[in-house]
Ligand binder design. Structure first.
Ligand code: HCA
Ligand code: CU
Length: 387
């Protein structure tokens, strides 16, 4: 069964200007746990004392989810991560020729040895630890380098190999597809007689993170990385809510996720990250289940499925009808029904519609039912006066 790794507290905190105080990190971890994600990547403990303390406390909260620490391929990073008592260790080291030659000034055999040594070391310390190795920028690295180091990492004790699309470079259905990359790497593993779990970590630079993650899943990836609101470096990564809903609704994944907790989690993260939830954000955004144009409303009131392919109830929400300059008579009748005015005559509904459209043209919507009541009363009185 596919596993979800939420990296809001690690990748998410790499968003410019985002910092979660320790106590808020604990609350986010708790909320992620009640949503039911499998792994919570809590931070890179070597970065600061505050991150170290938060990772340690989260690891000791007794959550159902595994708690992960991020670590470079150095003994110093691994020691401090293990000191936190995490049950998952994510080690990264880029093995592209460009980085080996241009930044690290090391060759591939040095890198392979260094990575294997660190993984064996972590494995010796903690036989039960889940160890992930990520060749950072995997998909733009020389494939043979990735294959060689990944196989060596598994032989040294890694349980998971993560394919990172660090720069959001992949495009489904092309010669840069995550589907093909996962397939090709799995063939190497089969040939070498190793069977690690495969994770995919997809950045959203081209707006294709979710599509690439699903592509990876279809090719057999076992773990998918994501964050709340998709936050992370630059354009971020896969959005948690979108991923869960897609799995639940379209891939019939039956994990026990509690999608009803998502709205509260998003509100919380949005508040402390100081990143507003875009109104048109799928699933969570204010407009995600709101119908506006008269034609849409007319059909949606008869059967919501005419204009949506996801039911708002999945995340505990309801279909909404927006009243503004785009509205039609059915929109108004629907709104009036909500305030207890059933079966009004068309002339009256049209009068209310006129008022609603005038307000809509000022760039405002009539979503407050109390205002609709006042408009209805105003129109009734006018009708009586002219009668
Ligand atoms: C980073 C880059 C990373 C690492 C992913 C991983 C990426 O911030 O270190 O360690 O699995 O996108 O490659 O997030
Ligand atoms: Cu990343």
């Amino acid at each position: 069964m596919v596993k979800i790794l939420d990296a809001t507290l690690r990748e998410g905190e790499q968003t410019p200007g985002v910092y979660f105080e320790g106590h808020n990190k604990l609350a986010i971890a708790e909320k992620l746990d009640s949503v039911g994600v499998d792994i919570i990547e809590a931070g890179h403990p070597l970065i600061s004392n505050n991150i170290y303390k938060a990772v340690k406390q989260i690891a000791n909260m007794g959550l159902k989810a595994k708690v992960a620490a991020h670590s470079r391929s150095t003994k110093k990073d691994v020691d401090i991560a293990l000191d936190c008592g995490v049950d998952f260790l994510g080690i990264f080291y880029c093995v592209s020729n460009a980085r080996l030659d241009g930044v690290f000034k090391k060759d591939l055999s040095y890198a392979t040895e260094q990575i294997s040594k660190i993984i064996s070391y972590a494995r010796e310390q903690r036989p039960d630890l889940m160890i992930r190795y990520t060749p950072e920028d995997t998909v733009r690295s020389n494939f043979d380098n990735v294959a060689q180091v990944a196989v060596a990492a598994v032989k040294a004790g890694a349980d998971v190999i993560s394919i990172a699309d660090t720069t959001g470079y992949m495009i489904p259905g092309t010669d840069r597809s995550m589907y093909d990359f996962v397939t090709k790497l799995k063939l190497v593993f089969d040939k070498e007689g190793v069977a690690p779990q495969i994770a995919v970590h997809c950045h959203n630079d081209r707006g294709l993170a979710l599509a690439n993650a699903i592509d990876g899943y279809r090719a057999g990836a076992d773990i998918i990385d994501c964050t709340v609101l998709g936050i992370g470096e630059r354009a971020g990564i896969v959005d948690l809510a979108q991923l869960l809903v897609l799995f639940r609704e379209d891939f019939s994944v039956t994990n026990e996720w509690n999608l009803l907790e998502l709205n509260e989690l998003y509100e919380f993260v949005s508040h402390y990250a100081k990143i507003a939830i875009a109104k048109n954000l799928p699933i969570i955004g204010q407009n995600a289940f709101t119908h506006c144009a008269g034609v849409h409303t007319h059909a949606a009131v008869i059967n919501p499925l005419h204009y949506h392919s996801l039911a708002p109830e999945i995340v505990g929400r309801k279909m909404e009808i927006c009243l503004d300059h785009m509205s039609g008579i059915s929109s108004v009748k629907y709104g009036l029904q909500k305030i207890g005015m059933e079966d009004v005559e068309d002339t009256f509904a049209l009068q209310v519609l006129g008022e609603v459209k005038t307000i809509g043209e000022t760039g405002r919507t009539v979503n407050d039912l109390k205002e609709l009541e006042r408009i209805a009363l105003w129109c009734r009185q006018n009708t009586e006066e002219t009668a």
